[in-house]
Design a protein around this ligand. Structure first.
Ligand code: AMP
Ligand code: MG
Length: 366
């Protein structure tokens, strides 16, 4: 398949020139094709959510296990009612506060959404993104776009069009380059189908933000599971049991090709441990990297490739850079990667969740 790459300036998404491109992109979606596009969180790999065949194509293009459901993207809150049934008041309250924005809700599935889109589940994940290109594409594509992150399964989520081009050239009909995304980690997912709301994936919308609207909210204890399944395990029957509740959170994700260690705890002890680990790796002749904070970046020995993810006090900055750095580790052939833990502030939970998965739960607490 030939992949057309087009460029849209997000600030001009509603101007005639952009609309013409988006109209063509919408036609691709309506006729069952696939378009990668920017959202405020990460790039999405979009197909018509109402079309079972389009959803199957998404799984194939990503190499994603077909029991890992897709998020349905809508461009107006009213379309929630064409996506889900038995919608609780809490969903409308969350929509009023956080939509459009980086929050995904799990609700009972509407019969019009094929089970191919929901990975066989009778629930559906729904989000109304705030990115203007995403909104215009959804509208042009018929209103319902199923879109997982636009990476090959297992790889870090894409935060630039270059990442999508790397992973999906030949697999999708079009890639819309809208520049670098703003947030850099995927949406928060909250399950509203149980008695109490549960966070299935931590993201930019933090537990305390959700609590302001919902009162009580829990975080899925399964997120602390100590191991992830390889994507190849997804044969349509993920073993039930103690793992995370969101099927996608059970799989290995984001892992760079080199081996990776996450070190958390007291700052001085953490730096000291990483100095030891990296010195040892260098002595073995390994290409060695550290994912560091700005505050501690100078502490590592010469010869180590230091990636500065952001300030220790600003997890949003770290979130913004993280996936790009994980990809750069591969591009630069890093064989051993040590990451500092980032544990300051509520948003750090989202960052740490991605790091824990990236290192395959190879974590040292000092
Ligand atoms: P991605 O689109 O790559 O950000 O992945 C979507 C995430 O949403 C995966 O972790 C899915 O398992 C999760 N998800 C989608 N639909 C549901 C659902 N109905 N119930 C629970 N998790 C879901
Ligand atoms: Mg993903």
């Amino acid at each position: 398949m030939e992949t057309e790459i087009v460029r849209i300036d997000p600030g001009r998404a509603r101007e005639p020139e952009s609309r013409e491109i988006l109209r063509r992109a919408g036609e691709i979606i309506k006729s069952g094709g696939l378009v990668a596009f920017p959202t405020e969180t990460v790039y999405g790999l979009g197909g018509n959510a109402l079309d079972a065949t389009a959803s199957r194509r998404i799984y194939a293009a990503k190499g994603r296990p077909s029991d890992n459901p897709l998020i349905v993207h809508i461009a107006e809150t009213a379309d929630l009612e064409r996506t889900a049934v038995e919608i609780p008041e809490s969903a409308y309250a969350l929509a009023a506060r956080f939509w459009p924005g980086p929050l995904t809700m799990i609700l009972k599935k509407h019969p019009d959404i094929p089970t191919e889109t929901t990975g066989g589940l009778d629930t559906v994940a729904v989000r109304f993104p705030s990115h203007p290109v995403a909104q215009e594409l959804i509208a042009a594509g018929g209103g319902f776009i199923a879109a997982p992150s636009a990476n090959r399964s297992g790889r870090p989520s894409p935060t630039t069009a270059a990442h999508c081009i790397e992973d999906l050239t030949g697999q999708v009909n079009m890639i819309i380059d809208g520049g670098e995304v703003g947030i850099g980690v995927e949406s928060s997912i909250v399950d509203l189908t149980e008695e109490k709301p549960v966070i299935l994936r931590p993201g930019y919308i933090t537990p305390s933000m959700l609590r302001e609207v919902l009162g009580e909210v829990e975080t899925d204890p399964g997120l602390d599971a100590a191991a992830d399944l390889p994507p190849e395990a997804g044969s349509g029957n993920v073993p039930a049991g103690p793992g995370p509740k969101a099927p996608g959170m059970r799989y290995r994700h984001y892992a760079p090709q080199g081996s990776m260690l996450l070190v958390t705890g007291d700052e001085a002890a953490m730096v000291e441990r990483i100095r030891q680990e990296t010195a040892q790796a260098l002595a073995q002749g390994k290409r060695t990297a550290v994912i560091a904070s700005r505050e501690t970046a100078d502490a590592y020995p010469g010869g180590v490739r230091v990636f500065v993810a952001g300030s220790r006090h600003d997890p949003a900055e770290v979130a913004h850079h993280l996936f790009g750095i994980l990809r750069a580790c591969d591009e630069e052939g890093m064989e051993m990667i040590c990451a500092e833990g980032f544990e300051e502030g509520e948003l750090s939970r989202a960052v740490m969740n991605r790091l824990e998965k990236a290192c395959g739960h190879n974590i040292v607490r000092v």
